[in-house]
Design a protein around this ligand. Structure first.
Ligand code: AMP
Length: 330
């Protein structure tokens, strides 16, 4: 492994005891499954694949799996399909490592419940702690950064180009390409260390942000139909009819949310998408500065101060949500 940057070493000091325990557990178990949250994003799958690849590279005799639903567009454009694992695999002792997932009910794949030992590595507020070892830093920009720092701390291990590439995707994704205020000098130190393994950053970004021509039709619809509240909440609604018209899945409803990022006068921006299967409206909320996570929690969600998700049970809740967000800006 290359020399570890001093900033990373300094940051890692407070986790040394936990890291040692994680390494002990990885050594102890022959079977390891890496989990992450439902409705995954770059950070969820990137940190999951990064950690799984790192373990496989350094402990070739371990049986390592990655599970959870595939992403509607990122798989297979950017990520490989998850492992299809028979239930019987989970009947023998295995170690579960869950990345990027704040609470148990958001873990994609319930079979984590059968794990003999559970490790959580996450960067959401630790509201509902779980796991035998909890490595949580809510100020970290991405679970991918935490996974990378932990792996870099393991002596006598290698960080391959492939493992580093997944971790980089996680880090670039959740820091919004290093734009969020959670990005620190250590973040750049981690990115530098990952990049030094030799992957092509241009190729990575092309795969991450590649768009289909059809998606412009949805963007056109959003630009023609968004609304703005009195104090600067921009929001758009995609109902089932529009999803069908544009041939979209509900999880793609938020794809246009960042159109409003950086727009003068817009301080909070929101996408609201009907999900007929679950009989809810899925909400994604982003904010420039004002913390919005408490409002997300009020509407059955949660997340980070400036990027959260929520669910509405009926259409009439939309006005209430927007009013609550607007009130934050008075
Ligand atoms: P999204 O708008 O779905 O991209 O989610 C933004 C952030 O909020 C991500 O970090 C999610 O993991 C988190 N998040 C979304 N929904 C929830 C929820 N119901 N509970 C906790 N965190 C959530």
């Amino acid at each position: 492994m290359n020399k570890i940057d001093e900033l990373i070493k300094l940051d890692n000091k407070k986790y040394q005891t936990k890291y040692r325990k994680v390494l002990k557990m990885i050594n102890q178990f022959d079977k390891i499954c890496v989990f992450r949250h439902i409705r995954p994003d770059f950070d969820a799958i990137g940190s999951q694949l990064g950690l799984a690849t790192f373990i496989k590279d350094n402990f070739p005799n371990k049986d390592v799996k990655v599970v959870g639903e595939n992403h509607i567009t990122l798989t297979p454009n950017c990520f490989p399909y998850m492992d299809e694992v028979d239930d019987s695999w989970f009947d023998n002792d295995f170690l579960a490592i869950v990345v990027d997932t704040s609470e148990k009910k958001r873990i994609s794949d319930d079979r984590y419940k059968k794990a003999k030992y559970l490790i959580k590595v996450d960067h959401h507020p630790n509201v509902k702690p779980y796991g035998n070892i909890k490595i949580v830093d809510e100020y970290s920009p991405a679970a991918g950064e935490m996974v990378a720092k932990m792996c870099l701390s393991f002596k006598n291990c290698v960080l391959t180009k492939e493992a580093a590439r997944w971790m980089y995707i996680a880090l670039a994704g959740d820091s919004n390409r290093f734009k969020f205020s959670t990005t620190t000098p250590t973040t750049f130190a981690v990115a530098k260390q990952l990049l030094e393994t030799g992957f092509d950053i241009g190729e990575v970004h092309r795969k991450m942000y590649n768009k289909k021509m059809d998606s412009l039709e949805v963007t056109r619809y959003v630009l023609n139909n968004f609304k703005v509240s009195e104090h600067g909440v921009a929001y758009y609604i995609l109902n089932d009819e529009q999803l069908k018209k544009f041939n979209l899945r509900p999880e793609q409803g938020k794809d246009n949310i960042n159109l409003f990022d950086g727009l003068e006068g817009i301080k909070i921006w929101v996408s609201i998408t009907e999900d007929k299967d679950e009989n809810v409206y899925r909400v994604s909320i982003r904010s420039a500065i004002t913390p919005i996570d408490k409002i997300a929690t009020k509407y059955r969600g949660g997340g980070h101060e400036c990027a959260s998700g929520a669910k509405l049970k009926k259409y009439s809740e939309i006005d209430k949500l927007i009013k609550d967000l607007d009130n934050l800006l008075i």
